[in-house]
Each structure stands twice: as structure tokens, then as C-alpha cells.
Design a protein around this ligand. Structure first.
Ligand SMILES: [Ca+2]
Ligand SMILES: [Ca+2]
Ligand SMILES: [Ca+2]
Length: 133
């Protein structure tokens, strides 16, 4: 009985991991439009820009705190404060992009302004990419 439960759990774990890796590499490939195996600053920018449009549900050109929180991320309020550099309570496209670049530097380990697949899949990148990518 115990063995069977263990087996089911291992199966689910493998399924979950496979799905995760698959989902991540999908997002990576989608952003790497010139297929050189890295996400350049330009490619990162266009991915970040479409993320911005996704947040801006009322299409007024800025993200407010409730639009940002709508995704249900527990760290949203903290990240919103980080993005809102001029403290006016909304995040414009420029603030969003600048914050995304600043965050990217945390996992651009070789400092070449490009994101390799390895960097993309690192544990440091994951919580950041959830917000910006
Ligand atoms: Ca908005
Ligand atoms: Ca602002
Ligand atoms: Ca890099």
C-alpha cells in the first residue's frame, strides 16, 4: 500500500517537473525570436512590453496597484512599490521596463545583458520572470 502511494507521488512529481520545464522553455523560445539561444535586451523589451499591456486591463497606459494585484501574486504589493519609482501610485511603461531591467541584472550572471537558457531557468530568475515576462 505504502509503495503504491509512493509510486503515485513520484509519478505526479515527474509529471509536474516535466510540465514546468516544458512551460518555461516554451516561454523562452517564444521570446527568443531570432533563435540564437539567448534573449537579447530588445527581445526582453518586447516580451516585457506585452506583459505590460496584459496588466493594463483598462487600457489607460499605466498599471495601477489593483491591476497589478489582479494576477494574485503574493509579493505583488512589494514589487509594485519597487516599480513605481516616482511614487505617483501608478506604473507607466518606462517604469515597468526599467524595473524589469534592474531585476534582470539579478540573474544575468555573466553580465552580457542577454538571458541564456541557463540563466532563464535559474532559481533566481523564476520569481522575477513571473512578474515581468
Ligand atoms: Ca491601467
Ligand atoms: Ca509611477
Ligand atoms: Ca547573460
Amino acid at each position: 500500500m505504502k509503495k503504491a502511494i509512493l509510486l503515485i507521488f513520484s509519478f505526479l512529481a515527474v509529471l509536474f517537473l516535466t510540465w514546468n520545464v516544458y512551460a518555461d522553455s516554451n516561454a523562452f523560445d517564444k521570446a527568443d525570436t531570432n533563435k540564437d539561444g539567448a534573449i537579447t535586451e530588445e527581445e526582453y523589451k518586447s516580451a516585457v512590453q506585452s506583459k505590460f499591456r496584459e496588466y493594463d486591463t483598462n487600457k489607460d497606459g499605466v498599471i495601477d496597484a489593483s491591476e497589478f494585484a489582479a494576477k494574485g501574486h503574493p509579493e505583488a504589493a512589494k514589487e509594485f512599490k519597487f516599480m513605481d519609482k516616482n511614487n505617483d501610485g501608478v506604473v507607466n511603461a518606462d517604469e515597468f521596463f526599467r524595473a524589469a531591467i534592474q531585476r534582470r541584472d539579478n540573474f544575468d550572471f555573466n553580465r552580457d545583458a542577454k538571458i541564456s537558457k541557463e540563466e532563464f531557468n535559474s532559481s533566481k530568475a523564476l520569481p522575477i520572470l513571473k512578474f515581468y515576462f
